[in-house]
Design a protein around this ligand. Structure first.
Ligand SMILES: Nc1ncnc2c1ncn2[C@@H]1O[C@H](COP(=O)(O)OP(=O)(O)OP(=O)(O)O)[C@@H](O)[C@H]1O
Length: 277
């Protein structure tokens, strides 16, 4: 597979010696990984990082650290071009249940989010842009309970984009969706990353094929063995061999990547790695 031409610019997200412990349980061990701003000529897309790992390995714990909702026991998560330690609110976090305020209309939910980042006079204009872009304009006066699951998800993504700085974290965005809705969410993710070169979408998912088709970088959380003793080390980590840079291998998102034989082989390889981890 011939890689498309690409270059890298500044780091946008860095995990620096990140560990997380709850009491005596070490959940995450010494995570070191980085997302760089990738430039692919002719391919207007920001960064999409797929995060995989078996159930219970620590993906939700990692999400909270990435979103600045808790401090790691050791190490630092750095975000943005300035590579500042992450603070709550810097990364939009779309959780599985798409929390929206039930007693506010869709437009008011988005307005609340927009006011956290934009001056009051500008906030409504930003809301209108996102309602339009995500095909939600006709539903602006509806309350969350009156929206479909897919509409609520689009609203939750718009809400987080309106108040965060380029980084957005989606927790299981494809679970429980029918095939048509999955296609729609994929379109939204591509749309989000093409809005701005710095936009970076982190997708935590068990749906390896769908997520890999959108990604240019993958991280796989796994339990590693001590090289000398062969004993399983405590805590999950993202070892260098489980950090995949798809721009280098030609499998980074591009139209119809899913239909290429190398893609199917790579997805099978990933599934084997997850099973064995
Ligand atoms: N607040 C906490 N206190 C103690 N242990 C915790 C806490 N939060 C998570 N854990 C532990 O961390 C480990 C990882 O949990 P986590 O929810 O991150 O897994 P996950 O990879 O997201 O799983 P799944 O794919 O099933 O959602 C589990 O053993 C869990 O019990």
């Amino acid at each position: 597979m011939t890689p498309f031409p690409h270059t890298y610019k500044a780091p946008l997200l860095t995990l620096e010696n990140v560990s997380m412990r709850f009491g005596s349980e070490l959940v995450l061990r010494d995570l070191n990984a980085q997302v760089l701003d990738v430039i692919r000529p002719g391919m207007s897309q920001g960064q999409v990082v797929g995060i995989y790992g078996r159930s219970g390995i620590g993906k939700s714990v990692l999400c909270r650290l990435l979103a600045g909702l808790g401090a790691p026991s050791a190490g630092t998560v750095r975000v943005g071009e300035a590579q500042q330690p992450v603070r709550a609110g810097a990364v939009g976090y779309v959780q599985q249940r798409y929390p929206l305020f039930n007693h506010y209309s869709l437009a008011d939910n988005l307005l609340l989010a927009a006011r956290r980042k934009h001056a009051p006079a500008d906030a409504l204009a930003h809301v209108d842009v996102y309602l339009d872009r995500f095909g939600l304009g006709a539903h602006r006066r509806k309350y969350p309970a009156q929206l479909s699951g897919g509409q609520r998800q689009r609203a939750a993504i718009a809400q987080q984009l309106l108040c965060s700085d380029h980084l957005i974290l989606l927790d299981e965005p494809f679970s429980g969706l029918d095939v048509a809705m999955i296609d729609e969410v994929k379109k939204i993710i591509i749309e989000v990353t093409t809005l701005d070169e710095l936009n970076t979408v982190l997708i935590v998912s068990h749906d390896v094929a769908t997520t890999t088709a959108l990604a240019d970088r993958l991280w796989l959380l796994s339990h590693e063995r001590d090289a000398a003793t062969g004993q399983l080390l405590p805590g999950a980590t993202i070892s260098p061999r489980h950090q995949y840079n798809l721009a280098d291998t030609g499998l980074a998102w591009h139209p119809n990547v899913e239909s290429e034989p190398e893609f199917a082989q790579f997805v099978e390889h990933l599934k084997d790695e997850i099973r064995g981890s």
